[in-house]
Design a protein. Sequence first.
Length: 275
Amino acid sequence: MSFLLNGRSLAANLRHELKTKVAELGITPKLGVILVGHDPASHLYVKLKEQAASEVGIKVEKILLPTDCPLATIKSHIQSLNQRPDIHAILVQLPLPPQLDETTVIACIDPTKDADGFHPHNLKRLLAGESALVPGVTQGIIKLIEAAGQNLRDRKAVLLVNSREFAQPLAKLLTDKGVRTQVIYEFNHLLLQTADIIVVAKGQPNLITTKDVRDGTIIIDVGTNKIGHRTVGDVDAPSLKNRAVYLTPVPGGVGPMTVAMLLWNVYQLAAARKN
């Protein structure tokens, strides 16, 4: 039978540890969140982040902007947050409406307040092997892979993704752990069958099925897809029910871990400013 890598349980343990760290910090970390538009999923994600932040003692200040918000307006709000000493970290909820280029917007954030770790300066430092904030989703995936309890050195990972920006930091961290890592952007059945670790983030429900993996594989499903009233990943989980693989559930896998690691980033940014 498949072994579920329970992101909710692991994230709860991380939040419990973080709550103690925040209480000992001597200041209250504060996260500024900019949310543009009325996308229900984005509003839900921000709400979950607010709830988790409150649980660990991090304050959140939320700025709501209309869907037709021009670039100059969002830049102005980011600059204001950059300059405020009481704001330790800044998050712009993605995706943004089409008139707003995400790379341009993220580049406006002070790199020392970049909660998501997506600022070009921080990504460049990370890929260069320098000390840098790691994106929460990347940290969350690494911790879920490690939760399988397997020796990772000399294992093979295949990252099946849409985004180079998403893949690069993850490939870097896996390579640093001795994992032979390959990034692909199109489905490749034969290549997937050779992998010890599969990370899939394509936004295509049931893309990977039991015939595409071998026993013992660690499968991290980053996909979030709506089928009727159900949320499913990119992996056909029922087809793997009786297979000896490690699998993250959707929901309850990568999502909770991403939020938990985001909050750790906020804590680290606040601690750095205190020192």
